[in-house]
Design a protein around this ligand. Structure first.
Ligand SMILES: Cc1cc2nc3c(=O)[nH]c(=O)nc-3n(C[C@H](O)[C@H](O)[C@H](O)COP(=O)(O)OP(=O)(O)OC[C@H]3O[C@@H](n4cnc5c(N)ncnc54)[C@H](O)[C@@H]3O)c2cc1C
Length: 417
């Protein structure tokens, strides 16, 4: 991969600048370049994809729909057709699907793959280039101030800027947009481990329990090489401390992880609050984690971020063609994202509230109830896990799902009178 060249900051002005070479920034760059837009991506780190902080658990169907599956060799670490859910008392509910529905990808390699695709389509990447601030003039974003390799600040102008800086959302404030609210954030830890025991090769493990992952859950994702990714997120306290508790004390996780050795560990926040109300301004679009385009139920942000990145690229290209990058035109981006994902977000936000409202005892009850009702069988032909609002509508017709849903609504109402 090239990516070592330095973009000229004078005489080579890009039409579009992208802040951040994460998956969302690179996919936006790929789509812009395909549309013939001259685009430059600024990434603050020296290497795309590193440091990695993500489990990389993605839906095969969504990747396929975006033309990203199958992936080249070396990126996919495993595929899954089963999910095992455990309560803090150790009750297990298993969901067996009729075929593999998700993959675990090596995120560093996945990110590099997207960046390489974008570069091949004509996008330029500048690494070691941290965007310090936005250049503002007459109420419009006109480019960015960057610092390369710790040197002095340089100005790079463009007609439109796409912010894909991730969950820090530091630059949003400069255009008067609201940065992500702390109450919508959970703090995650993601570890690579060796010596896991009693795990099924094609099953993702999900562990509930307020003593282990308050406000979220823990997970184990086995890899084909016998190692695994283990993590959790929490809305309070120290994630590392909770991870130790999960691995040593959770009735299900401890059996699988008590002898495990952590070989790598990383920390990062996840935004569960649903998309920000306004992700556009004059000459500016926010996309991906920095716009909180993340599933409130699972914290998965890659697929929704890529979906919105494509929409952002199409909108930006259209704006450039019309010669109108004002917020009056760019507001169409918000509407398009909402048309694509709004219903799913509203369902998932309710589901998140429902999950947060359940005590450990109730979670145990729910898992037992799902087992008794045969929810497993009702969901066995599911092949899409991202668009959870549409998924619910699809499965509601099945009698066991109707009964389960009635039970969940009752629980929800009793917890949220
Ligand atoms: C522990 C954990 C596990 C997760 N597991 C999953 C999962 O299994 N599946 C899933 O779909 N999602 C998962 N997520 C969420 C997923 O990681 C994010 O949704 C996804 O990475 C968002 O992509 P992005 O490009 O918007 O942001 P990022 O991946 O954060 O990329 C932002 C990029 O911008 C760069 N940057 C930031 N500021 C600047 C600046 N000022 N100048 C230049 N560059 C800058 C950063 O260096 C980074 O490369 C997980 C998150 C965590 C924390």
């Amino acid at each position: 991969m090239m990516m070592t060249h330095i973009v000229q900051t004078t005489g080579n002005t890009p039409d579009a600048i992208i802040i951040g070479g994460g998956p969302v920034g690179s996919y936006a760059a790929l789509n812009l370049a395909k549309l013939g837009v001259k685009v430059t991506v600024f990434e603050e780190h020296p290497e795309i994809g590193l440091p990695s902080h993500c489990a990389g658990h993605l839906s095969i169907r969504s990747l396929s729909n975006m033309g990203l599956y199958p992936l080249p060799n070396g990126i996919v670490e495993n595929t899954f057709s089963t999910a095992n859910f455990y309560s803090s008392a150790g009750t297990k509910f298993s969901l067996h699907l009729s075929r593999p529905v998700t993959v675990a990808v090596n995120r560093a390699r996945f990110d590099k793959y997207l960046a390489r695709q974008a570069e091949a389509a004509g996008a330029r990447f500048v690494l070691n280039a941290c965007v310090q601030s936005l250049i503002m003039a007459d109420g419009f974003v006109k480019g960015v101030n960057i610092q390369r390799n710790g040197g002095k600040e340089e100005q790079v102008y463009s007609k439109i800027t796409l912010d894909a800086e991730g969950v820090s959302s530091r630059l949003l404030r400069q255009v008067g947009l609201t940065a992500l609210k702390p109450e919508g954030l959970v703090y995650a830890v993601e570890a690579e481990v060796e010596n896991v025991q009693d795990v099924e090769r094609d099953a993702v493990e999900v562990y509930f329990g307020k003593a282990y992952a308050p406000g979220f859950y823990g997970w184990l994702i086995p890899k084909l090489d016998g190692t695994a990714k283990v993590g959790l997120a929490t809305n309070k306290g120290n994630p590392q401390k909770f991870l130790r508790e999960l691995m040593s004390k959770h009735p299900a996780a401890s059996k699988q992880l008590v002898k495990a050795k952590i070989t790598q560990i990383g920390y990062h926040a996840i935004s569960l609050g649903g998309p920000i109300d306004r992700a556009y301004s004059n000459g500016f679009l926010a996309v991906g984690d920095c716009a909180s385009q993340v599933k409130p139920t699972t914290g998965g942000g890659v697929i929704f971020g890529l979906t919105c990145a494509k929409t952002a690229a199409e909108t930006a290209s259209e704006a450039l063609q019309r010669g109108d990058v004002s917020s009056d035109f760019l507001r169409v981006y918000q509407k398009r994202c909402s048309d694509l994902l709004g219903f799913d977000f509203s369902v998932m936000l309710r589901l998140r509230r429902f999950l947060d409202s359940l005590s450990d005892v109730k979670v145990d009850e729910v898992l037992r109830f799902c087992g008794k009702l045969g929810v497993d069988k009702a969901l066995s032909d599911v092949d899409e896990i991202d668009f959870q609002g549409k998924l619910m509508l699809k499965v509601l017709g099945k009698p066991s799902m109707l009964a389960a849903m009635a039970y969940f609504v009752m629980l929800y109402l009793s917890a949220n009178p």
